[in-house]
Write a protein that binds this ligand. Sequence first.
Ligand code: BGC
Length: 735
Amino acid sequence: MADIPLQSKVALTGGADFWHSQAVPEADLPQVMLTDGPHGVRKQSGATDHVGLNESVPATCFPPAVGLSSTWSRETLRKVGEALGEESKALGVGVLLGPGVNIKRSPLCGRNFEYFSEDPYVAGELATAYVEGVQSKGVGTSLKHYAANNQETDRMRRDSQVDERTLRELYLNAFHKVVTRAQPWTVMCSYNKVNGTFVSEDRFLLTQVLRDEWGFEGVVVSDWGAIHDRVAALRAGLDLEMPANPAHEAGVMAALESGGLDESVIDRAYGNVERVLRRAAATVADADGVFDVEGHHALARRAAEQCIVLLANDGVLPLASDTTVAVVGEFARTPRYQGAGSSRVQPTQLDNALDRIEAIVGHDVPFAPGFTTDPKNPVGDAAHDEAVEVAARADVVLVFLGLGENHESEGYDRTTADLPPEQLALLDDILAVNGNVVVVLSNGSSVLVPFRDRVRAVVEGWLLGQAGGPALADVLYGLVNPSGKLTETIPLRLEDVPSHLNFPGDETGVRYGEGLFVGYRGYDASAREVAYPFGYGLSYTSFDYSDLTVTADGNALTVVFTVTNSGPRAGREVAQAYVSIDRSRVVRVPRELKGFADVTLEPGASQQVTIEIPLWELAYWSVIDHQWVVESGTYTVAVGGSSRDLPLSGTVDVTGNEPARPLTLFSTLGEAMAVPAFASVMAGLAESFGGMPMDDPDMVRMVMDIPLATVAGFSGQSEAELQLLLDQVNRQAKV
Ligand code: BGC
């Protein structure tokens, strides 16, 4: 590095253009392409932009994260990651910008389709598999958007105001897991501020947490345009500004010359970028543009099949191929298959549900679009009326509803969780002429489903990528048994969403006022009814759970149980394990997902499932000790098919790692009593504490919360005297 001119080193801390890093001829390092991501390769060869406006070269459009997460399949995520790695390599892309692991704090976030879940455990597990898959092909990933970027409204400026424990347990948690387990080659810092500081300039997040605590070894890259002051950003721990702002580079040179910035900071950033991009450059050196187009399309379809969540079914599904059906809704013909914005991929092929339905039944089926997904070309009442007429003549009507690209997008949030009114009106009018309605949904984030009891089935199709249409048709006709489960709760009303009163904030920032109670954590804590709970999804078969055992050793809980396919068809079940502690010294949510496994079973078959839960997964973040703490106590592990269907439960005692805290004048009597060394001097103290009978448990309970200094004050004992005693106890307890 010593022989690289300073100017070249500085240049490498900013991109060459929109999608490329700088070349460093002195180091024999070529330019490297970094591009979106996450669910396909968006390689622009002409005009560039970061909001998905201009064309890119064809690449497989896999299901976006909202779909992939509903698979709950690490294996599927890994395979999709591998395919993405292969395509990136073939197309000369050294770093694929994804995955996004931000928590879905509200269904209104316009970018929820690009994120996995309201729960950090499932998000972290699945994103780890994705990153491992991509990187196994020698291509880098970019874990984004770090951190607390949970809305699109004012995303470039808004201050996410989130307390320390919530930040750690919810908003940093998935990042933590992916970094420590899979070492993504890059982490992308988000646009927003966290607790008053732009993340791009936040030393706590970029250096203390990411590097010092988690051991991140890669490059911190900015989100596109997230840097306001490259000197401050580099100092905080950023390595690469994308795309580069020339004025920022001049600013860095000036700061170096004036002594305001130490050259070692540049050496660190240069070293990180050079090391990571050299690996990427080696991978793409012989990119030939060739990848397995057919094979990846088939993989996209298999993945899409697992993403689909059957929300309701009175037995109308699966359809027999000789049922007379009508298909209504533009989405059946023109799939909504990915989200709007920077992740938009140009698919290699795009298949719809209508064609596949016709192929399954072997003839044309009546179809009416009913509405348009193109707001610029309204279709008017005639289309509505035609659809109702078509629906009236069928035995079963398949009504494809959903959100258009204009309803949800990167860059802005929704203001309602309802489906568009014209679609709801169409559904009402269809129901007036035909009660046999199956609703099929296409949406990137939860929508309200007030019609769910008036229709015979509801199929949640999320956004399913380029092969999602046929996957939906196959589920409707039972060629595929649905097995997806929700990774986000579908609420009854928007007002029920725990973050509702604090979303999306205002010019003073967005207060994460619901704290830990996000998603199912909040609904469960307030015992609120929901339309469909976290983890839920139906199947055409049924599964029974039995024979649970839960044991603990010094490292992990081992949860063993049996799943049996008790229904008529082969199927896949996603079994989930939720943990809670019986008594805690801190606020706890009722239960948290801490393990899951999927099993595929023939009818009548059983399989024993083992889930290991590392003890550190049980930890809470202590804001007193500023560290993860596993509390000693009795934990309950509940197992079943959704967060609200947990037929098995068992308890286990765990020895925790609570750090001993020294007693101070402000420790309470209760805290002091918990320290054995204090209890042993108790007898002598009872006198000085005003003669209180400290061996009377009721009395002790009453005075438990009184600080020692106050007790001393009541009894006329001097604080100095008490302090001496405490010093002695602390010495004895070695704290
Ligand atoms: C998005 C990132 C994306 C980048 C490059 C930004 O606007 O937030 O997710 O990777 O643009 O397109």
